[in-house]
Design a protein around this ligand. Structure first.
Ligand code: WQD
Length: 344
C-alpha cells in the first residue's frame, strides 16, 4: 500500500514516515523544503534502511501534485504540509490562508480526480482556542484565536463538507497537543529556523549554551506553580497515532476528530526541572510577562483515540527530555551541520 505524505520531511512528518516504513508501507513524500531539510530524508532512509520516493514540490503547483498521482498508485494521504507559526500567521495572514488553504484545496481536488478518498489531516489543539475547562474533549465548541489556528479550523470544516458531498471519503482530523522529543537514534528531530518559539527546543538550546537563558512567560497563572501547563506528547507516540489513524480511515468512511495528547499536563517549571535532572545541567531562566494569546492550562481528554484507534501515548516525561537532549547534543545546528560538511 502506497501512502502520500505531504510535508513528510518536517518534524512530525519525518517521525511519522519512519513509523509508516517500519510498518511495511511504501511512502511518497511531497515537500517544498520551505521549513525542513533534505537531510531529514537521508536520515529517514538511514534509520529504516528503506527507499523513499521524494518530490520537491509545492502543493500550490497542481500539475506537479497530479504527477505524483500519475506516477504512483496512492491509496491514502497524510497531510502535514502547511505553515505552522502562530506569531508569523498574525503578521502575515494572507500568506498563511493562501498557502494552507489553497494547498489543501489542490490536494483534495487531485485526490478526488484520482479516486483517492482516504486522508489523515494534521490538525491542532489550537482549534479549541481559549477554553475555560480542561481536559479538552473533541466535542467542545471550536474557536481559533489566530490565523494559523483558523486555517486548521477552516480545513477541518472544509473536509467535513467534502465528505458531505461525497461519502466515499474517510478522514481523520488529528489534533496535536504539544509534540516534543525525537527519535531515540538522535538522527531526526525538531529543527526550528532561528530562535525557537516553542518551549522545549528553547530549553535544549539554553542547555547546550546556544542561547543564554530561558524567559518564562508568566508565573501568575492559576496552576500549581503559576507557570503555564501543557500536554507534552512524545513525537514518536504522535507518529504511532498516525499509523493507527491511517488504519482507521482505510477501513471506514466518515470524518472523525481525535485528540493526540497524553491526557495530563506539565508546567513550564516542571519541564525546566525535568531537563535539569536529565542533563545534569542548570538551566538559567527569568520570569517575564505573559505571552499575548497564551492560555494557562491545556491538556487533552485522550479517551476517544484510545477507544476508537486503540492508541494511547506511552512515553513519559523523562523519555521526552532524554530524546530531546540527545537530538540537541548530537546535532547542535540541527540538519545544517551535515549540509555544511557535505558542501566542502
Ligand atoms: C508552551 C508553554 C508558554 C516558550 C504552540 C502553538 C500550537 C502548537 C504547539 C502548532 C506555554 C511557555 C514557551 C518560551 C515559555 N503548534 N513558554 N517560554 O504555545 O502551547 O503551543 O505550539 O500546532 O499551535 O501555539 O507551545 O511551546 O510555545 O509554549 O515560558 O520561550 O511554555 O507560555 O505555557 P504552545 P509553546
Amino acid at each position: 500500500m502506497t501512502i502520500l505524505v505531504t510535508g513528510g520531511t518536517g518534524y512530525i512528518g519525518s517521525h511519522t514516515c519512519v513509523e509508516l516504513l517500519n510498518a511495511g508501507l511504501e511512502i511518497v513524500i511531497i515537500d517544498n523544503l520551505s521549513n525542513s531539510s533534505i537531510q531529514a530524508l537521508n536520515r529517514m532512509k538511514e534509520i529504516t534502511g528503506k527507499e523513499i520516493s521524494f518530490y520537491k514540490t509545492d502543493l500550490l503547483n497542481k500539475s506537479e501534485v497530479e504527477r505524483v498521482f500519475i506516477e504512483h498508485q496512492i491509496e491514502a494521504v497524510i497531510h502535514f504540509a502547511g505553515y505552522k507559526s502562530v506569531g508569523e500567521s498574525v503578521q502575515a495572514p494572507l500568506r498563511y490562508y493562501h498557502n494552507n488553504l489553497t494547498g489543501t484545496f489542490i490536494l483534495c481536488e487531485v485526490m478526488e480526480k484520482y479516486g483517492v478518498h482516504k486522508m489523515v489531516f494534521s490538525s491542532s489543539a489550537t482549534v479549541y482556542g481559549l477554553q475555560d475547562q480542561t481536559p479538552l474533549s473533541e466535542n467542545l465548541p471550536l474557536q481559533a484565536t489566530n490565523p494559523y489556528g483558523r486555517t486548521k479550523l477552516m480545513i477541518e470544516e472544509i473536509l467535513r463538507d467534502v465528505y458531505t458531498a461525497n461519502q466515499n471519503w474517510s478522514i481523520a482530523l488529528l489534533r496535536y497537543f504539544n509534540p516534543v522529543g525525537a527519535h531515540s537514534s538522535g538522527r531526526i528531530g525538531e529543527d526550528p529556523n532561528g530562535i525557537p518559539n516553542n518551549l522545549v527546543p528553547y530549553i535544549t538550546q539554553v542547555t547546550a549554551g546556544k542561547l543564554s537563558e530561558l524567559s518564562i512567560f508568566g508565573n501568575d497563572y492559576p496552576t500549581r506553580d503559576g507557570t503555564g501547563i501543557r500536554d507534552y506528547i512524545h513525537v514518536v507516540d504522535l507518529a504511532e497515532g498516525h499509523v493507527k489513524a491511517l488504519n482507521k480511515v482505510m477501513n471506514s468512511t466518515g470524518v472523525n476528530a481525535y485528540n493526540l495528547g497524553t491526557g495530563s499536563g506539565y508546567s513550564v517549571m516542571e519541564m525546566v526541572q525535568a531537563f535539569e535532572k536529565v542533563t545534569g545541567r542548570r538551566i538559567p531562566y527569568k520570569v517575564i510577562d505573559r505571552r499575548p494569546g497564551d492560555i494557562g492550562i491545556s491538556y487533552a481528554d485522550a479517551t476517544k483515540a484510545d477507544v476508537e484507534l486503540s492508541w494511547k501515548a506511552s512515553r513519559g516525561l523523562m523519555e521526552m527530555c532524554e530524546d530531546s537532549w540527545r537530538w540537541q547534543k548530537n546535532n547542535p545546528n540541527g540538519y545544517k551541520e551535515e549540509l555544511v560538511t557535505l558542501s566542502k
